[in-house]
Design a protein around this ligand. Structure first.
Ligand SMILES: Cc1cc2nc3c(=O)[nH]c(=O)nc-3n(C[C@H](O)[C@H](O)[C@H](O)COP(=O)(O)OP(=O)(O)OC[C@H]3O[C@@H](n4cnc5c(N)ncnc54)[C@H](O)[C@@H]3O)c2cc1C
Length: 404
C-alpha cells in the first residue's frame, strides 16, 4: 500500500498525469478526459491557478504574425464563445467580455508589418480589419489617436477572467472523473527504458504511461532531472491599474499601443479601473518564486505618462494597484508543445512567453488530440522542441515580444 493523502492512495495508477493546475494544465486535463475518456490526475504543487495564470491580464486577441498562433487563437475564441457547451457544464464561465481589440501602430515599419499581418490573420480565419481614427473613437471615445498611422480592430476579441477559466476547466474535468491533487509538488519524472512511467511527488509516486508537464517557468526543475536541456528564460513583468473619478467602462475595447517602446496594452478591469501591462522583454530573473514585488516610481511614471498620452482623461489618474508576474520565455517567444523525442509518453507545454492565456483552450485540445493519436484541430508540430536545433524558429514580425 502506498501513502494516503487527503484520502487518495498515492501509489495509484492513472492513464495520464498532468503536472500543473494553471490554465494550460487544466485545459489539457479536461480535454484528455473529454476526448479519450482517460483516467487523469492533475498534480499541483500549490493551489489551482497559483502560477503565471493568476497574474495574467487574460487578453484574448487574434493579432499575431505567426500563422499557427492566430489559428490557435481563432480556435480558442470559438471555445470562449461557447464555453458552457464546450465544457459540457451549463455553469462554466470564463468571464469572457467580448469588448473588441484595437491595435495602434505608428508611421513606418510597424504600420507596414501590421498591414501584412492583417492579411495573414484573415487568411487564418480571424475577423480583423483596418479602421479610421474616427471609427476607432466610436468604439473607444476616450482615446487620443493623433499619432496613429494605422489602426486595426478585432470585434470578437476581448478579455477573460483567468481564475474563472482555469477553475471552470477543472470543475468540468472533475465531472469527467479527473482527480486534482493540490499541495502536491512533483519532485521528479520517473522513466524506464526510454518511456515515462510516472512522477515522484512529495507524498509518494503516481504511475501513468502518459505525463504532460505544464509547469510554466518551473519546467526546468523537472526537465533537468531527465537530462533534457530546454531553452527557457524567466522574466518579471509588472501590471498596474489606474483610476480616475469616472469609472472605466468594462465594455471598452482592449488597446495595444505599438507606438510605445514597451508595447503597452490596457483593458478594463473590475472596480472601474484600467489595467496596464507591457509586451516587452521584462526584467530577467533566476527564480520565479523570489521576484521583487516592489514596483519602482520610474515605471509608474512611465506607464502613467503613456496612458495619459493615449487617454487625456487619464493624465492625472491615480495608481490603484500593482503586481508582478513571470513570463516563461523561449528564444522565439513561442511555446514548446508536444512529445519529447527519446522519452516516450512525456509531453511538454512551456514557454508561453507572456501570451499563453488566450492559446490555452486550443492548446489543451491540441495537446490532448496529439497525445491520444487523434487528428488535431490545429497542427502543433511547428511548436516542437526540436525546432531550435533545426533552426526553424517561429519568429514574429515585430521582433522580441509577446505579439509573435
Ligand atoms: C503579468 C502577465 C500578464 C499576462 N497577460 C496575458 C494576456 O493578456 N494574454 C495572454 O494570452 N497571456 C497573458 N499572459 C501569459 C499567460 O498568463 C501564461 O502564458 C499562462 O497563464 C501560462 O499558463 P500555464 O498553465 O502554462 O502556467 P502557470 O499558470 O504558471 O501554471 C503552472 C502551474 O504549475 C505548478 N507547478 C510548478 N512546478 C510544479 C511542480 N514541480 N509540481 C507540481 N506543480 C508545479 C505551478 O504552481 C503552477 O500552478 C500573461 C502573463 C503574465 C505573467
Amino acid at each position: 500500500m502506498g501513502d494516503r493523502l487527503y484520502g487518495f492512495d498515492m501509489s495509484e495508477t492513472f492513464d495520464a498525469i498532468v503536472i500543473g493546475a494553471g490554465v494550460v494544465g487544466a485545459s489539457t486535463a479536461f480535454h484528455l478526459a473529454k476526448l479519450g475518456g482517460l483516467k487523469v490526475c492533475v498534480v499541483e504543487r500549490g493551489q489551482v491557478c497559483s502560477g503565471g495564470t493568476a497574474k495574467s491580464c487574460a487578453i484574448v486577441r487574434t493579432h499575431y504574425s505567426v500563422p499557427s498562433n492566430t489559428a490557435l487563437t481563432v480556435r480558442s475564441l470559438a471555445m470562449f464563445g461557447a464555453f458552457p457547451d464546450w465544457l459540457d457544464d451549463a455553469e462554466a464561465d470564463a468571464g469572457f467580455v467580448q469588448a473588441g481589440y484595437l491595435i495602434v501602430a505608428p508611421e513606418g515599419d510597424f504600420a507596414d508589418r501590421m498591414r501584412a499581418n492583417l492579411a495573414l490573420q484573415t487568411g487564418a480565419g480571424a475577423e480583423t480589419y483596418v479602421v479610421s481614427p474616427g471609427e476607432a473613437l466610436e468604439h473607444h471615445p476616450l482615446l487620443t489617436l493623433d499619432d496613429a498611422a494605422l489602426i486595426a480592430y478585432e470585434p470578437q476579441s476581448g478579455y477573460a477572467d483567468p481564475y474563472l477559466t482555469t477553475s471552470s476547466f477543472l470543475r468540468a474535468a472533475r465531472a469527467k472523473g479527473v482527480v486534482v491533487k493540490t499541495d502536491c509538488p512533483v519532485q521528479a519524472l520517473i522513466s524506464t527504458d526510454g518511456r515515462v512511467t510516472g512522477v515522484r511527488t512529495a507524498h509518494g509516486e503516481l504511475r501513468a504511461p502518459l505525463v504532460v508537464s505544464a509547469v510554466g517557468p518551473w519546467t526546468r526543475a523537472l526537465t533537468d532531472g531527465i537530462g533534457l536541456d530546454i531553452p527557457l528564460e524567466v522574466s518579471r513583468h509588472t501590471v498596474l491599474t489606474f483610476k480616475t473619478a469616472a469609472p472605466y467602462g468594462r465594455d471598452l475595447p482592449v488597446i495595444k499601443d505599438l507606438t510605445t517602446a514597451n508595447k503597452m496594452y490596457f483593458r478594463p478591469a473590475s472596480g472601474g479601473v484600467v489595467l496596464v501591462g507591457t509586451g516587452d522583454h521584462g526584467d530577467p530573473v533566476t527564480d520565479a518564486d523570489a521576484m521583487d514585488e516592489n514596483v519602482g516610481d520610474d515605471f509608474v511614471l512611465l506607464q502613467g505618462g503613456q496612458i495619459g498620452h493615449r487617454m487625456a482623461s487619464f493624465a492625472e489618474a491615480a495608481l490603484s494597484a500593482s503586481w508582478v508576474g513571470a513570463y516563461d520565455i523561449t528564444p522565439d517567444w513561442n511555446p514548446v508543445l508536444g512529445p519529447v523525442p527519446g522519452l516516450d509518453g512525456l509531453h511538454l507545454a512551456f514557454g508561453f512567453s507572456g501570451h499563453g492565456f488566450k492559446l490555452a483552450p486550443a492548446v489543451g485540445l491540441a495537446l490532448a488530440q496529439t497525445a491520444l493519436g487523434q487528428a488535431s484541430d490545429v497542427d502543433i508540430t511547428p511548436y516542437r522542441l526540436g525546432r531550435f536545433a533545426e533552426g526553424k524558429l517561429l519568429t514574429g514580425a515585430y521582433g522580441v515580444g509577446s505579439i509573435s
